[in-house]
Structure formats: C-alpha cells, structure tokens
Design a protein around this ligand. Structure first.
Ligand code: PLP
Length: 343
C-alpha cells in the first residue's frame, strides 16, 4: 500500500503528463542557449511574473544564492528574516560562497519583518560598517506557518528599499501558493521586487528545478554566476518540459491543496493532545501537548507503521504539507492514523 507522505511538497513525483512531455522534449545545449524547451520555460516564467527575463536553475538554494551574488559585492550585508530559509537552511552559502554577511531581523508571527526593524537594520555610512545592499522577503513564509505576505506589505518594503537605494529579492519558493491563497496575481505580488526565485519542484510537482526572474541585465549576470556555481546544464529541456506543465497546469490546482490542509486541520482538532494552527496555504502546523506520553519520534514511527509519513524530529511542533498526491482518502487516512496513535 502507498504511503501518505505529508513530510513536504518536495516529495511530489512528476505527473504522467510530465513524464510524457519529458520523453518527447526537444532539447539542445542550454549552456549555448540552444535548448528550445528551456527557452520556452524561461519566456513563460518571465511573462507570468511580469519581469523581463528568467533563468532555469537546478534548485531553489542555488537560485537564491545566484540572486544574492548578483546583487551584492563581497563584504556587503543582506537583511533577512531570522526564520527565513535563506538564513536557516541554505548552508551559509551567502557567506561561504558570496562573501556576503546576513543581518537577521526577527520574523513576526505573520511572516513579515516590520518596516521599523528593517529601517533600523540599514547601516549608516561609516568606514567601520558593511554596506547594506539588499532586503530579502520569503513568500509564503514557511516557518511562520506557510503564511502569505500581502501585496500591500511587499509594496511598502519595496518603497523602503528604493528610498534607501537597496535591492529587494523575494524567495518565492511557494509564490504561487501565496497568490492562490490571496486570490491575487503573482505579478502583483512580485511587482516591487528586483529579483524573485520560485520553485517548480515543490507543490508544482516538477522533479527538478527553480526559476530566477528579473531584468535582462540581472539575468545575464545570473547566467554567469550559475555557470560559476556549476549549474550550467546541457540537454536540460528534458527537465524543463515538466516545468512548463508546472506553470501551465499545476499552478491552477493549488487551491485543492489549501482546502485539504484545512480538512486535515479540522480533523486533527478532534484528536486529543494536539493543538492545531489554522493553515494559510498548504502547511498545517500543530503542537503535541505535554500530556501526550509518546515523544515526537515515537509518534513519527507509529504513524509510519500506519503508512503515513510525517517529518517528526525532537521538537513537539510538527508540520504537515499537502500536495497533489494527497487526495481526500489520504486526508482521512492521515487523520485516523493520528487518532489511533494518540489514543
Ligand atoms: C522557502 C524556501 N526557499 C528555498 C528553498 C530551497 O529550495 P531547494 O530545496 O530546491 O534548494 C526551500 C526548500 O524547501 C524553501 O522552503
């Protein structure tokens, strides 16, 4: 029997339509700019996000790193959320590989950085100080609950950035989830940003790949940095073919994942010992109460015995993520497995 895998939306497998498109993809050497399928994907991504150009990259981590290196000189400083993926989960790449220093600012429970906190973090001109160059936002903000940042907030941060001669980069790994949840266009969400990274390989179900978008000049430089980091790929249209389906089809069904996250949350609220947050998008966060005798690892093991996978670690806070492989039957199976394990 199949597992119900709620560990992340990165566990999605390519759809049958993707596999077919991959098998038939027209390809060429993309380092020469010769791959028609990659070129199509990049044009489509730029068009959908309302930017001049786009670049296909192997991962979200590489996409964010490329953007940071393009915007910053060595020794520059970047304002990032202290709960952001760039700060917590990208192996310190900006420092190790870009010579860039992060300035972590507290993420508020709604995923934002306050404008006052951002302003207070911008360095004054002083020979002793690093130069603040860039502000990074994450939308949806993963650790804060998969919470979407609003277009109004992003515009205010954009104005602040421009007033201080700073660039604005958005880690939009799940930007289409954010747009879907707020019923706004992705274009509107990213309009104030100089660059955006978004992932094809999460809820959009591609097996590999992310996109970086920005001006033509920014992307020309990004292409150079991608090569430097070893991310120049050859007949990669075979993968880009799936990305085109991610953008054309899978972006349109994310509302189903959000509805099922709500169903899971509603179901788990009936299970004693769990304190469940209201989901904003495709992530359900919950706390396991101290009265539950099993530790989170034991809970994870017992869920697995019931063929439900959850990403349990030593904390009593769990994240469950919905995606296109989680249908209504999977929702029911997950809720009843929790009920049995915690009973
Ligand atoms: C918010 C966010 N940004 C960036 C990434 C990095 O993406 P990748 O795993 O493709 O490197 C992730 C991955 O989970 C993410 O959640």
């Amino acid at each position: 029997m199949e597992y119900v895998d709620l560990r992340s939306d990165t566990v999605t497998k390519p759809t049958p339509e993707m596999r077919e498109a991959m098998a038939e993809a027209e390809v060429g050497d993309d380092v020469y700019g010769d791959d028609p399928t990659v070129n199509h994907l990049e044009e489509l991504a730029a068009e959908m996000l309302g930017k001049e150009a786009a670049l296909f990259v192997p991962s979200g981590t590489m996409g964010n790193l490329i953007a940071l290196i393009v915007h910053c000189q060595r020794g520059d400083e970047v304002i990032v959320g202290n709960q952001s993926h760039i700060y917590l989960n990208e192996a310190g790449g900006m420092s190790a590989l870009g010579g860039i220093q992060p300035y972590p600012v507290q993420n508020q429970p709604d995923g934002t950085l306050t404008l006052d906190d951002i302003s207070a973090s911008i360095r004054t001109e002083d020979v002793h100080h690093p130069i603040t160059r860039l502000i990074c936002l994450e939308n949806t903000q993963n650790v804060c609950g998969g919470v979407p940042l609003t277009p109004e907030y992003i515009h205010r941060v954009g104005e602040l950035a421009r007033a201080n001669n700073l660039f604005l980069h958005i880690d939009g790994a799940r930007i289409f989830n954010s747009a879907t949840a707020q019923n706004v266009s992705v274009r509107k969400l990213v309009e104030p940003a100089d660059s955006v990274m978004f992932c094809l390989s999460k809820g959009l179900a591609s097996p590999i790949g992310s996109m970086v978008v920005g001006t033509r000049k920014f992307i020309a430089r990004a292409q150079h940095i991608r090569k430097m980091l070893g991310g120049g790929m050859r007949q990669v249209g075979i993968v880009a073919a799936a990305g085109i389906i991610s953008l054309e089809k899978m972006t349109k069904r994310l509302g189903d994942d959000h509805a099922r996250a709500k169903k899971i949350a509603d179901g788990l609220r009936q299970v004693e010992g769990l304190d469940v947050d209201s989901p904003y998008t495709n992530m359900v966060y919950l706390n396991i109460s101290e009265e539950v005798k099993l530790n989170p690892i034991q809970i994870g093991e017992r869920m697995k015995q019931r063929r439900v996978l959850v990403d349990a670690d030593h904390t009593r806070r769990l994240r469950l993520v919905t995606h296109y492989l989680i249908d209504d039957a999977a929702v029911e199976k997950a809720v009843s497995a929790f009920r049995e394990v915690l009973n």
